[in-house]
Design a protein around this ligand. Structure first.
Ligand code: ATP
Ligand code: MG
Length: 416
């Protein structure tokens, strides 16, 4: 038997309603924020992620699904959603469209990781990208969109953690301070940290090795190195959140796993799903578009991992809406009444009613047993009498009551 590849999952018919629910919530939040959907390819030129995500990140260093296609091009399955949207923005000259461009995506992502709870090789993200505004209000709107989404799906026990990692100019001073701090500890640190020490010391704060984490805990804090502009920007973001009563904690340890961030970074963290507690993460990336060759365009966004959210919802008993059930099951007894059931089902479906009839040539008894399992709201059996009368005894399954309904009245009766 061929099994599903490691780190991937099927969504079974009995589970897909959860996915539809969470995706509908995302779309509804996007609607009220006037954020439009975009769709970009699942694969891109490898170069896009190497430059966009950054070659000192775990994603680019270890996790990408990269291969040569038949034309010898290096192709990579998207490990995240931002780089593709940024490419789309540049390639289509959207900098000259009305800004800000507020867009969202729901996309599969691919990372070669060690699979565990909440960590897969194929996973899905709902993400928002806002391009064109450098204002703190854009950061705040983005954070509110993320928070509204989490609230809408019913997640309560998450904490918003906020930080600013400054701009290029304040980061230069900070990098010096970090290097001075880490230098005497370097021989106790992992090889990745040693490499990052040279290329991008900020990323050393994001190391997952216990030994490195301990050392990083004593590092100087970026917030003490912010330039006046970055400081004021961060202050204003905090004010805008506080003014709407959105709670947050400032966590100077958040630097994010991607290289392109500047200024605001944030994570929504849950305490209910162990190590993989970050369910939504984002921030500002003002230099990404220009680094990818586009016109200098400030940007802010976030991405939420849908598998982790579903896991969190299941673990904390958040109610999903009930799975869909057929409105009515029409049982037939012989060739003629089955044909009538088929015909009635077709006419009900044209009116938007979820109608089912037998496709398995089952006995009446077996049909009724199946109906019980399918959870249909109403059930009606069509026999010879019903055909002759042009009316059905429609049984309401929730209370067992029946009502005689003319064939022609069926639609109105079910629509209630
Ligand atoms: P982590 O530190 O857990 O590896 P990350 O920093 O790599 O996360 P991002 O690149 O910011 O994560 O992705 C945004 C969100 O996507 C994460 O907060 C998480 O919910 C989800 N996510 C990331 N990687 C995976 C994965 N391998 N499987 C499932 N969800 C993931
Ligand atoms: Mg990761």
């Amino acid at each position: 038997m061929i099994s599903v590849p490691k780190g991937t999952k099927d969504v079974l018919p009995s589970q897909s309603y959860k996915w539809q629910y969470i995706e509908n919530c995302a779309r509804e939040v996007a609607r009220v924020f006037n954020i439009r959907e975009v769709r970009t390819p699942v694969f891109e030129h490898t170069e896009l992620f190497a430059r966009g995500v950054g070659d000192t990140t775990d994603i680019v260093n270890k996790e990408m699904y990269t291969f040569l296609d038949k034309g010898d091009r290096s192709i990579t399955l998207k490990p995240e959603g931002t780089a593709g949207v940024a490419r789309m923005f540049i390639e289509n000259g959207l900098a000259s469209s009305p800004l800000p461009m507020k867009s969202f995506y729901i996309t599969p992502c691919y990372r070669y990781e060690r699979p565990q709870a909440g960590r897969l090789r194929e996973f899905h993200q709902f993400g928002v990208e806002m391009y064109g505004s450098a204002e703190p209000a854009a950061d705040a709107e983005c954070i509110f969109a993320a928070s509204s989404f989490l609230e809408k799906i019913g997640i309560k026990n998450v904490r918003l953690e906020l930080n600013s990692i400054g701009c290029k100019s304040c980061r230069a001073d900070y990098n010096k301070a970090l290097k001075a701090y880490f230098e005497p500890h370097l021989n106790e640190m992992c090889s990745t940290c040693k490499e990052r020490f040279e290329k991008n010391p900020l990323r050393m704060l994001d190391c997952k090795e216990e030994g490195c984490k301990k050392i990083a805990a004593g590092a100087p804090r970026i917030l003490d190195y912010l330039c006046p502009d970055c400081y004021a920007h961060f202050d204003e973001v905090k004010n805008l959140l506080a003014a709407q009563g959105l709670d947050f904690t400032v966590n100077p340890g958040i630097v994010r796993g991607l290289d392109y961030y500047t200024r605001t970074v944030f994570e929504f963290v849950s305490t209910s799903i162990g190590a993989q507690g970050t369910v939504c993460a984002g921030g500002r990336y003002d230099s990404l578009i220009s680094e990818l060759g586009g016109p200098s365009t400030p940007a802010v966004g976030f991405a939420a991992g849908l598998e982790r959210l579903i896991l969190l919802m299941e673990n904390t008993g958040v109610e999903f809406p009930a799975p869909p059930v057929p409105d009515i099951y029409l049982a037939g007894m012989d060739a003629v009444t089955r044909a009538k059931a088929f015909e009635l089902a077709a006419s009900l479906r044209r009116e938007g009613i979820a109608a089912e009839c037998d496709l398995m040539n089952r006995s009446l008894k077996a049909q009724l047993k199946y109906t019980d399992k399918s959870g249909a709201t109403y059930v009606a059996v069509i026999g010879g009498n019903e055909l002759a009368e042009g009316a059905l005894n429609v049984k309401k399954m929730s209370d067992g009551s029946t009502r005689k309904v003319d064939f022609g009245e069926l639609i109105n009766y079910i629509k209630g």
